[in-house]
Design a protein around this ligand. Structure first.
Ligand code: NAD
Length: 243
C-alpha cells in the first residue's frame, strides 16, 4: 500500500489534499498540531470510506519532534511514498514594524519545517528508490506581497529548496515539486479585510477565488504516477492571477 503524509493535514487545503489522495488509494498519515479533533474527525470520515488513515502530532519546526514522528511512521507503516509539506502560518505586518519574533516564527514553521520533514522523508525515499515530495509555496513567494515579507520570504525559500532537493534526489527516482496557490478560500484568507479580498478577486482572470479542492487536484496529480517525469517545478494554481 502506498503511504502519504500531509503536514497540517486537517487544515483547509490539507484536508482537501487528504481526501484527494485517499481517492487515489493512498493510506493517509494526517499530521496536525494543537487541537486533535479536526484530524480525528477526518480520520473517521476517511476510514468510513474504506481508507487507511491515522494521525500524527508534531511541531514541524522542532527537529526532535519531526524525527520522533518519522520513527513512529516507520514503525507503523515501514515506508513513505508521498510527503506534502503543507503546514504553514502567517504573521503579517509591514517590514518596518515587524518583530523579529514574527519573522522568525514564520520562517521556522514554513521553511525549516519543510526542510526537517523532507530530510527525514528523503532518507527513507532514497533507500526505497522512489518517492514524491510536494511543497506548498505561494504566488507571493514568486511575486512578493506588501505586508507579508516574512511569509513571502519563507515561500520563496521553499522554491529554492524544492529545486535544490529535486537535483539531489533525482538520480534515485525521487521527485520534488512545489505548488504556488493564489487566493484560496480557507481559514488563512478568511481573516483578510474585505477590501484586500476584493483587490485579490479583481486580479483573478477566472473570476472566482480558488477552493482547497483546486489545490488538492493539482497536488494529487503531482503525487500520482502521471507526474513521474516532472521534478523541480513550481505549478501556479491561481486562476490566472499571475498571467
Ligand atoms: P490552514 O490554517 O487551514 O492550514 C495550515 C495548517 O498548518 C494547519 O493545519 C495548522 O495546524 C498547521 N500548522 C501551523 N503551524 C504548525 C506547526 N508549527 N507545526 C505543524 N503544523 C502547523 O491554512 P491553509 O490555507 O489550508 O494553508 C495550507 C498551506 O497553503 C499553507 O502552507 C499556506 O501557506 C498555503 N497557502 C495558502 C493560500 C490560501 O490562500 N489559503 C495561498 C497560498 C498558499
Amino acid at each position: 500500500m502506498r503511504v502519504a503524509l500531509v503536514t497540517g493535514g486537517s487544515g483547509g487545503i490539507g484536508s482537501a489534499v487528504c481526501r484527494e489522495l485517499a481517492e487515489q488509494g493512498f493510506a493517509l498519515l494526517i499530521h496536525y498540531i494543537g487541537d486533535p479533533s479536526p484530524a480525528d474527525q477526518l480520520v473517521t470520515e476517511l476510514r468510513a470510506a474504506g481508507t487507511v488513515a491515522d494521525t500524527y502530532m508534531a511541531d514541524v519546526s522542532q527537529e526532535a519532534q519531526v524525527e520522533a514522528m518519522f520513527a513512529e511512521i516507520m514503525s507503523d507503516k515501514g515506508r513513505i511514498d508521498v510527503v506534502v509539506n503543507n503546514a504553514g502560518i502567517t504573521r503579517d505586518g509591514l517590514v518596518l514594524r515587524m518583530k523579529l519574533e514574527d519573522w522568525q516564527k514564520v520562517l521556522d514553521v514554513n521553511l525549516t519545517g519543510a526542510f526537517l520533514v523532507s530530510r527525514s522523508a528523503a532518507k527513507v525515499m532514497l533507500k526505497q528508490r522512489s518517492g514524491k515530495i510536494i511543497n506548498v509555496s505561494s504566488v507571493v513567494g514568486i511575486g512578493g506581497n506588501a505586508g507579508q515579507a516574512n511569509y513571502a520570504a519563507s515561500k520563496a525559500g521553499l522554491i529554492g529548496f524544492t529545486k535544490s532537493l529535486a537535483k539531489e534526489l533525482a538520480a534515485r527516482g525521487v521527485t520534488c515539486n512545489a505548488v504556488a496557490p493564489g487566493f484560496i478560500e480557507t481559514a488563512m484568507t478568511a481573516v483578510l479585510p474585505e477590501e484586500v479580498r476584493q483587490t485579490f478577486l479583481s486580479r483573478i482572470p477566472l473570476g472566482r477565488p480558488g477552493l482547497p479542492e483546486d489545490v488538492a487536484k493539482a497536488i494529487g496529480f503531482l503525487a500520482s504516477p502521471k507526474a513521474d517525469y516532472i521534478t523541480g517545478q513550481v505549478l501556479r494554481i491561481d486562476g490566472g492571477m499571475s498571467i
